[in-house]
Design a protein around this ligand. Structure first.
Ligand code: FJE
Ligand code: FE
Length: 313
């Protein structure tokens, strides 16, 4: 979907990216009684090529057995943990500060559930899940995972700015994650009074999502936007970097993610958890899912332990 205000503006390679859209992510019910704050992928903001969905989720919500095809899901845990199991026998825990970069490719059926303590009480959790589209040549690749524990995520601190490099690189510090769709994903924490000037590749779509505190984004002289938690800020194309600062008088740190990606520029047809280029491919995907073919073979006799324990399906 072309967004007029994103296309305007000069493609200046020596200026700041300005905030062209600001959106508050309200809580909404998802699928199986889960609650998420959806910003990208919501009714107001369908698709931000290559980004399909950005959800901030928290327990007690969980996401039992469901399929994906045609894109990647990136789950970054901010608090607590999530248990993951799929129909191929892959299983694991994404712990606080850790990351799972899942390439669903031709198809996966999996369960993503919060863990519970020995009394069966679901423990608190909170995280971000980003859906990144795959280009037509990657849509049907074999599914794969890249998992990084918190301690293995590159992290640096300088002049009151802490950066965790989820994808891409920052000041020569590189993430181990390999991205099929070129993507930059940085987690910034700015102490009061500190600021950043972060290069963003020209022509890449970029956004900020605020997690904590209050920040200012844009050009201090021209135009800037203030935002607090649960706000998505869409950055316009005219400019080569993001300027952001923590002007907070409350003395609280400012935490936000900055994500940018190279637009794929292909037609996109989405049906829930399936994202393809045409309606025909979506129809074939629904067929494959229902008949357990072309990547969904192992889903036929599979049910997650989480769903079994809860008596679901
Ligand atoms: C899904 C509804 C869903 N956001 N954030 C429909 F909720 C989901 C889904 C998720 C999801 C999972 C986690 Cl761990 C975090 C999420 C949506 O699983 F895939 C469809 N189709
Ligand atoms: Fe999922």
């Amino acid at each position: 979907m072309p967004i007029p205000e994103l296309s305007s503006g000069n493609h200046n390679n020596n200026s700041k990216r300005l905030v062209v859209k600001k959106l508050f992510a309200r809580q909404q019910q998802e699928g199986f009684g889960a609650v998420v704050r959806r910003s990208i992928g919501s009714f107001e903001f369908r698709y931000f090529d290559p980004f399909l969905v950005l959800d901030e989720f928290s327990a007690p919500s969980g996401f039992p057995d469901h399929p994906h095809r045609g894109f990647e899901t990136v789950t970054y845990m901010l608090e607590g943990e999530i248990l993951h199991e799929d129909c191929e026998g892959h299983k694991g825990v994404i712990r606080e500060g850790g990351l799972q970069w899942m390439t669903a490719g031709k198809g996966i059926v999996h369960s993503e559930m919060p863990s519970s303590n020995p009394n069966g009480i679901i423990t608190h959790n909170k995280g971000l899940q980003l859906w990144i589209n795959l280009s037509s040549k990657h849509k049907l690749v074999e599914p794969s995972y890249q998992e990084i524990e918190s301690k293995d995520i590159a992290e640096t601190e300088k002049d009151g700015v802490r950066v965790r490099v989820i994808a891409g690189e920052w000041n020569g510090v590189k993430s181990k994650i390999c991205t099929r769709t070129p993507t930059m994903y940085l987690d910034f924490t700015l102490s009061p009074g500190s600021r950043i000037s972060q290069p963003i590749p020209l022509h890449w779509n970029a956004f900020v999502y605020v997690l904590q505190g209050q920040g200012h984004f844009g050009d201090a002289k021209l135009q800037h936007s203030a935002a607090a938690s649960h706000h998505l800020l869409v950055l316009g194309l005219g400019g080569d970097r993001l300027e952001a600062w923590n002007g907070s008088e409350s003395g609280l740190p400012l935490r936000f993610i900055l994500v940018a990606g190279e637009p794929i520029g292909e037609p996109m047809v989405q049906f829930g958890p399936f994202v393809m280029n045409t309606q025909e491919e979506i129809d074939r995907t629904i067929d494959d899912f229902e008949n357990f073919t072309n990547g969904f073979e192992n889903a036929r006799h599979w049910k997650s332990q989480a769903a079994s324990a809860l008596g679901l399906f």
